[in-house]
Design a protein around this ligand. Structure first.
Ligand code: V47
Ligand code: SF4
Length: 391
């Protein structure tokens, strides 16, 4: 795809305003765009324009490569002491009848059930409960590693960690060090939502603050624990809140370089306290991926979480800055299907994921959690795959 020619044609065309022209020049010259530029892109950038810019960046960073990984999720509980207004997943303790809390044995049984499968990562995330404390998770990490030493454990959002460390009366650094010693390899990006207090105070006032979230990730990076970052967009926030969120992450990434990927998460409105808010359109999702790619110049990867947006939008997103579509998840994840995600039963086999990427004209590469290449599937033919014969 000649993204370079397309962006130069864009500059020569009379269709873009002088302000957008200046931003386009910055992108071509690989200069950083400002906060105001980011807001302007959201306000004035139409879909085709943003796609051209984002795809240009995506292709000079990664060419056609599109990453995926083979992982599974463990959600130890859906009970939670917090009360995030957007959460469809948590059953407050008072609604306990719909809730689950897994025992250590039940969690280990899930790990064992993947023993013969070529997964490289387990993602452990869930609600926050006092009994699921630092000691419980240390034991669990140790036992998972005993069962499967090579499995990468990506676990616990900053929200879970802040609560766990506070209750255990250890500092963030001590807590993370202890978890690392027991087998924790990286942190997922959840819990960041929207950092700006005007919004955070309305949607998730009682959980860890933005400053705490950033401190936990900064400390993790300083201890050699990489992490991801997310944004929950498309609800009551304004464009400037999205850019403020990205700005804080971009600044931290300048300092530490410890983030692997940025994952925009589309707000879904079923079964939560914000159901009165309409969900955004697919066009808004694609525009948001594109601005994320343009703004987050020091993040190597932008990930689209396909169970949330569905396979079609995931394919489209690959032309709007996204270079990673996460993993071959089975129905072990419930957070999103309960919120009304596109995929009610989010399962894609490796073969389906590879075909999905190829159909979008991209090159499927299986990665590990930290983006080491495991396998190039460009020319791989699956046993039962029908290969088109040249005419
Ligand atoms: O922080 C909760 C989001 C997040 C809703 O790091 C919702 O690889 C939309 O962060 N509509 C947790 N989103 C999950 C998460 C994640 C997911 C996939 C990969 C990675 C990674 C991280 O889920 C929460 C919140 O932002 N969420 N409810 C909802 N109604
Ligand atoms: Fe609890 Fe997480 Fe749901 Fe918030 S988003 S209520 S912290 S499970």
């Amino acid at each position: 795809m000649d993204s370079e020619k397309r962006i130069k044609d864009l500059l020569l065309s009379s269709k873009i305003s002088p302000e957008l022209y200046l931003i386009t020049e910055k992108v071509i010259n690989k200069e950083r765009i400002t906060f105001d530029d980011g807001v302007l892109l959201f306000e004035k950038g139409e879909l085709g324009f943003l796609g051209t810019l984002a795809n240009y960046i995506r292709e000079y960073k990664h060419g056609d490569t599109t990453y995926f990984n083979r992982n599974f999720h463990i959600e130890p509980t859906n009970l939670c002491v917090f009360d995030c207004k957007f959460c469809s997943y948590s059953r407050m303790i008072k609604e306990k009848e719909d809730g689950w809390v897994m025992t250590e044995q039940e969690i280990l049984e899930i790990v064992k059930s993947y023993q013969d499968k070529p997964v490289t990562e387990v993602h452990v995330v869930g609600g926050v409960l006092p009994q699921l404390n630092l000691q419980f998770f240390c034991e669990l990490l140790k036992k998972i590693k005993t069962l499967r030493p090579e499995l990468h454990i990506k676990g616990y959002t900053a929200v879970e960690l802040e609560y766990m460390f506070r209750k255990a009366k250890v500092s963030v650094k001590e807590g993370l060090q202890i978890l690392k010693e027991h087998g924790l390899d990286s942190l997922p990006g959840g819990g960041s939502e929207i950092f700006h207090s005007e919004i955070r105070d309305q949607i998730c006032k009682d959980k860890c603050t933005s400053e705490e979230w950033l401190e936990i990730h900064e400390t993790a990076h300083s201890l050699g624990i990489p992490s991801n970052a997310t944004i929950l967009y498309g609800h009551i926030e304004k464009f400037e809140h999205r850019v403020d969120h990205m700005e804080r992450l971009r600044n931290l990434q300048d300092k530490t370089g410890g983030f692997n990927t940025f994952i925009p998460l589309k707000f879904r409105n079923q079964g939560n306290q914000m159901s009165n808010i309409a969900e955004g359109t697919t066009i808004e999702d694609l525009r948001n991926y594109a601005v994320s790619r343009i703004y987050m110049d020091n993040f190597a990867h932008i990930k689209a979480y396909w169970p949330m947006i569905g396979r079609d939008t995931a394919q489209l997103s690959l032309s709007f800055g996204v270079d990673d579509i996460d993993g071959t998840i089975d129905d072990s994840t419930k957070i999103y299907s309960m919120a009304g995600a596109e995929e009610q039963n989010p399962t894609l086999t490796t073969q389906e994921l590879v075909i999905l990427i190829k159909q979008a004209g991209r090159k499927p590469i299986e990665r590990d959690t930290v983006y080491n290449e495991i396998m190039d599937y460009s020319d791989f033919v699956f046993e039962d795959e029908e290969v088109e014969q040249p005419v």
